[in-house]
Structure formats: structure tokens, C-alpha cells
Design a protein around this ligand. Structure first.
Ligand SMILES: Cc1cc2nc3c(=O)[nH]c(=O)nc-3n(C[C@H](O)[C@H](O)[C@H](O)COP(=O)(O)O)c2cc1C
Length: 255
């Protein structure tokens, strides 16, 4: 049994949860959302975040815990309402908007103030789509057979159909290579949200590009650079989040 469920009495059959679920766990059945027990659920609670009538249930959680109060503070609200987007419009973000966010992210901390991060930006659905097959191939050869299976079911967790990718890389001899890029990318994600853009991190892209010399070369990423992260970027298409979903409390050890 899955932890996620649907209160059929509340559900209005709008399909927002179905669209928001990255893995096809929720489906419309007879005009109501229903859980497909055969599908893997990663418990991201996008379904609850998207449900306009709060019909999603979660094992053991009272509704007031599952659906958090909207934070009043604008910074906390931006952080709590950030969600990974997986449905994008085909139009590209403007270069000026991307440049501004990446420039502003230079205010993020950088080890020894090195600021050695570099960004390779792939713009255009034709170019981002061209990466799907080689990444799926890499997955099939490297213990990620789910990628090809998902594509067969119409689920693209590789690029999510984003028209833009921001690939963060840095010389391997930098003081804090992976860390500096990831700090800047996290900052960039929030700045892009302020500019009306949506993002999903591309872990599969990152690993496949890192490990495949032909992909690195095609993208012009120097051999001696660490590929530290990829952001899939674009304007969200019909994927809207209206609730702040439950997240586990921080695991803190006071010393
Ligand atoms: C490093 C990293 C890599 C990720 N890689 C992927 C990916 O390749 N494809 C994807 O669809 N989502 C990817 N995600 C998104 C996560 O699945 C998502 O953050 C998580 O389910 C929580 O949802 P939320 O970001 O909306 O809170 C990645 C997230 C991170 C932080």
C-alpha cells in the first residue's frame, strides 16, 4: 500500500495531481483521482502541493500537517513554494533574463572568493531533445534502466522537455569545485523563480555528461572541468502549485 491516497469525497477530478505527479502514480479513474499501486512513488508530495481542494491524503498525517500554512515572509514563501517543474512551454527564456540571474548569483559565497564557476547554456528544444537518447543509452549501460522504460511510458525525467539547460562546471583544481557550483546553482534557481521561470535539477544529465567524453566534447566542456550540476529551465506549462506540502523536519544534532 502506498502512503499517498485520495479522499474521493473531496476530489473534483480536475487532474492537477495527475499532471503534477512525476512518476504516473496518480491517474483519473471514473472522473476522480486514484492511486496506481503498481507505480513507484518517490513521496515528493507534488500531488498535495497541486491539489486545489486538498483531497490528497498522506498516511498518518493530519491535513493541517500535510498542507502547511502559507509562510507570510516572502523569502520563506519563495523557498517553501519552490517545486521541481517537469512540464515546460517550448519557448526559450531570453538570454538577458538568464544572464541577469547568473550575474546576480555571483553574490553567492565562493570558497576563497575564487568564483571559478562556468556555465554552458543549451538553448532550444531541438538541442535539449537531442540529449535524451544519449543519456538514456548511458542509463541503460550504467544501472539506470528505468530511464528507457519511463520514456516508453511518455515520462521524460532526463530533460523534462525543458527548452533550456544550464550546465555548471568548474576547473577540477578549484578549491571547492562541486560545492561552489552547487551553491551558485541553488541561488540561481531562486533568482530564476523571481523572474517567472521554473526549474528542475538534472541529475541524470549531470551524471551522463560527466561520464561521456563525446557529450562533454559536443557541449564544449573542457576535459579538466568537473560537471557539478545541470538545471533544466523554462516557463511552466500548466503545472501549478497552490499548497506548501509537508517536508520532514531538519535532522539536527546539537553539540
Ligand atoms: C541533485 C538533484 C538531481 C535531480 N535530478 C533529477 C532528474 O534528473 N530528473 C528529475 O525529474 N528530477 C530530478 N530532481 C528533482 C527531485 O526529484 C526533486 O527535487 C524532489 O523530488 C523533491 O521535489 P521538489 O524539488 O519539488 O521539492 C533532482 C533533484 C536534485 C536536488
Amino acid at each position: 500500500m502506498k502512503k499517498v491516497g485520495v479522499d474521493a469525497g473531496r476530489c473534483v477530478g480536475c487532474g492537477a495531481c495527475v499532471r503534477a505527479c512525476p512518476l504516473g502514480v496518480l491517474e483519473l479513474d471514473g472522473g476522480k483521482a486514484a492511486v496506481n499501486e503498481r507505480r513507484h512513488c518517490m513521496e515528493c508530495l507534488h500531488c498535495a502541493a497541486a491539489c486545489p481542494v486538498r483531497a490528497i491524503t498522506w498516511q498518518g498525517l493530519a491535513p493541517e500537517a500535510l498542507y502547511r500554512a502559507m509562510p507570510e515572509d516572502p523569502v520563506v514563501r519563495t523557498v517553501a513554494m519552490r517545486r521541481s517543474t517537469r512540464h515546460f512551454r517550448p519557448d526559450c527564456p531570453e538570454r538577458a533574463v538568464l544572464t541577469r540571474a547568473l550575474d546576480q548569483a555571483e553574490y553567492a559565497p565562493s570558497s576563497k572568493n575564487e568564483h571559478k564557476n562556468q556555465w554552458t547554456v543549451v538553448l532550444g528544444r531541438d538541442k535539449t531533445d537531442a540529449l535524451i537518447a544519449p543519456v538514456a543509452e548511458w542509463g541503460a549501460a550504467n544501472g539506470r534502466p528505468e530511464l528507457e522504460k519511463q520514456l516508453e511510458r511518455g515520462i521524460n525525467m532526463i530533460t523534462c522537455g525543458a527548452p533550456c539547460l544550464i550546465i555548471g562546471h568548474i576547473p577540477e583544481h578549484a578549491n571547492n569545485p562541486e560545492g561552489d557550483v552547487v551553491i551558485a546553482m541553488t541561488t540561481t534557481e531562486l533568482l530564476l523563480a523571481r523572474a517567472g521561470l521554473s526549474v528542475c535539477w538534472g541529475g541524470y544529465l549531470k551524471r551522463a555528461i560527466s561520464a561521456t567524453p563525446a557529450l562533454r566534447e559536443a557541449l564544449g566542456i573542457p576535459r579538466d572541468h568537473v560537471v557539478a550540476g545541470v538545471l533544466m529551465v523554462g516557463y511552466a506549462d500548466g503545472e501549478e502549485y497552490v499548497n506548501v506540502p509537508w517536508r520532514r523536519p531538519a535532522d539536527i544534532h546539537w553539540n
